[in-house]
Design a protein. Structure first.
Lengths: 259, 330
């Protein structure tokens, strides 16, 4: 697994902070994502994991900090900026619109407009093109959705997560950021979702993944960063740690000597 | 599948495009059949109870009376689908009526120019509602409640001391009889339906109404889209106003009173969700026809307007209850 990972750092964030008035949600966190790796972000509730990825992806404005991609500083101030930079994000509970069909969810915000006079004048959509792309992708990823015209809320948590992950395969050019992709999933569905996470790597994406599941960190990730009370507590190669050490770092029972 | 992707894209997309529209049609029919059945049932009840109700004329008058409000309600449908609310369309209706009346009676502008000025005024007032909401984050209910009284005041100021009647004959043709307003109603409903189902901006109304935050995170420009929906609501309120001014052959600021409520009622009776994310103009047309059938039917049975209002009020509550009951998650 490690052999696929390049030495190149694709995303480098420095001193990322987020304050809500006097409340410090995130304080001067550094993050390096290497090309082709799966980086786990772990930490207790309120450690700042979701805040970190929301700040990285422009979902919330960060108080301070810089982001570089491929060594160049980039301004990411909105979800659209992040997408333009090739970063695709699956937010927990905010991945799909329940009321929309699976097919409309897949292309939401990036619909294909017909390449004709109607498309240019009125923005009429090319549903045929979009639907055939979705079917081809689902087949390739082995995602079984019988009816892509059904509303998203009709599907199980696992199927919905699979669709959300498929979205990152379809649109993510460089980086996929996942906020607890297995939250609220059963054992079998979790494994399905994690296999999809692994296949993101095969599709050339580098992955940042928030998780609470130490087993998933050990089995699917290359490196792990630990957040505690809004600060970076440790960064380790997964092969150098075990579950107990990680839990210690998360709770603060084990202090990281390297940090 | 890898073999298929090597085929030309037209070969793949053609059958699935057909599949898509067929599945979409089936889906729409399944959603619509209940309200359609209710409409037919209500019509049959009056058909049995009242002999004069049984004429073709009555049927036409139901469509005719529904048409002006239905045009306005098409705009309300879009706004409600996007999770918005516009209580001011009745007052926009009044302002536009007065403006078009002034343009025709006082300045003797050509009919086409007067109509265009009216539509522009409607668009501007709708867009103003949307813009204020989007940038101040004051709830839609409050902003458009303010619009309801403010626009009404503007209509009164503009109309005071003016005689706004006796318009050119070419203008009177627009709203006269049942046929032309009915055709315009179907045209407006068709175009609004195509907008909602076929265009990018129309599709985004469902996404924004369903979950605004997901839409935003997916890269949808929520603010801009919302302003457009309110603008469309304003344009359709203006269209309805122009037809009514033409039909009555006079304009006055008292017109349009409570129209926004009748429109919301028709939209909700039709089955569009008050909570956003679901709905369509076909449903709204049926909802409006249900309301008019009840009004016309009850008056044929000698029931007065006060009791008619009570009946409509009860139906609105039942329709919203049905909407809430269908989706316990909200």
């Amino acid at each position: 697994m490690a052999s696929q990972i390049g030495e190149k750092t694709i995303l480098r964030a420095r001193g990322v902070s987020k304050h809500y008035g006097g409340v410090v949600a995130l304080e001067a966190v550094d993050l390096d994502l290497r090309e082709g790796e799966v980086l786990a972000v772990v930490g207790d509730n309120g450690a700042g994991k979701s805040t970190l990825i929301k700040a990285l992806t422009g979902a919330i404005p960060k108080t301070s900090g810089t982001i570089e991609m491929d060594g160049q500083e980039v301004q990411i101030n909105s979800p659209t900026d992040a997408k333009a930079a090739g970063i695709e994000t699956v937010y927990q509970d905010l991945a799909l619109v329940n009321e929309l069909s699976i097919s409309k969810n897949m292309f939401l915000g990036r619909e294909i407009v017909r390449d004709d006079i109607l498309g240019r004048l009125f923005g009429t959509l090319d549903f045929g093109q979009m639907d055939s792309e979705i079917r081809a992708l689902f087949q390739k990823l082995d995602i079984r959705i019988a009816d892509i015209y059904r509303e998203a809320e009709a599907f199980s948590g696992g199927q919905r997560q699979a669709v959300a992950l498929a979205k990152t395969v379809m649109f993510g050019k460089r980086i996929a950021i996942l906020d607890e992709p297995t939250a609220a999933l059963g054992v079998r569905e979790s494994k399905m979702a994690m296999d999809l996470v692994r296949s993101l790597k095969d599709h050339g994406l580098s992955v940042i993944m928030i998780t609470h599941n130490m087993q998933h960190v050990m089995n699917y990730c290359d490196r792990v960063m630990v957040l505690r009370l809004g600060r970076l507590a440790a960064v380790r190669d997964v092969k150098d740690v075990d579950g107990d050490t990680l839990v210690g770092l998360i709770t603060g029972a084990t202090e990281d000597k390297a940090a | 599948m890898t073999d298929m992707t090597q085929n030309s894209s037209t070969q793949i997309s053609t059958p699935s495009a057909e599949g898509s529209s067929f599945a979409a049609l089936k889906h729409q029919f399944l959603q619509i059949w209940q309200v359609l059945a209710a409409l037919v049932l209500i019509y049959l009840v009056f058909f049995v109870l009242s002999e004069p109700f049984r004429s073709l004329d009555t049927l036409l008058s139901i469509f005719g009376q529904a048409s002006i409000l239905a045009i306005l309600a098409c705009g309300t449908t879009v706004v409600l689908i996007s999770g918005g609310l516009d209580l001011s369309v009745g007052s926009i209706f009044a302002v536009v009526g007065v403006i078009v009346g002034i343009a025709l009676a006082e300045y003797q502008l050509p009919v086409l120019v007067a109509v265009l000025i009216g539509l522009l005024a409607g668009a501007a007032m709708g867009a103003l509602n949307g813009t204020i909401q989007v940038f101040t984050k004051v709830p839609a209910f409050i902003v458009t409640l303010g619009g309801l009284t403010a626009y009404k005041g503007i209509a009164e100021i503009l109309a005071s001391g003016r005689d706004l009647s006796r318009f050119p004959e070419s203008f009177q043709m627009l709203g006269s009889g049942y046929l032309v307003p009915m055709l315009i109603m179907f045209g407006v409903a068709l175009l609004t339906g195509l907008f909602l189902t076929k265009t990018r901006l129309g599709n985004h109304a469902f996404a924004i109404g369903g979950n605004e935050e997901v839409a935003r995170l997916s890269g949808v420009n929520v603010r801009k889209s919302r302003i457009y929906y309110y603008m469309l609501g304003g344009v359709l309120a203006a269209t309805a106003a122009i037809l009514e001014v033409s039909k009555l052959n006079f304009a006055m600021p008292a017109r349009g009173q409570s129209y926004e409520l009748f429109a919301i009622a028709a939209v909700v009776i039709g089955g569009t969700s008050l909570f956003g994310g679901r709905g369509g103009v076909g449903k709204t047309l049926i909802g409006m026809l249900i309301m008019q059938t009840i009004i016309v039917g009850l008056s044929y049975l000698g029931v007065g307007t006060s009791v008619q209002r009570i009946a409509i009020g009860i139906i609105i509550i039942v329709a919203v209850y049905w909407d809430v009951w269908r989706r316990p998650s909200r």
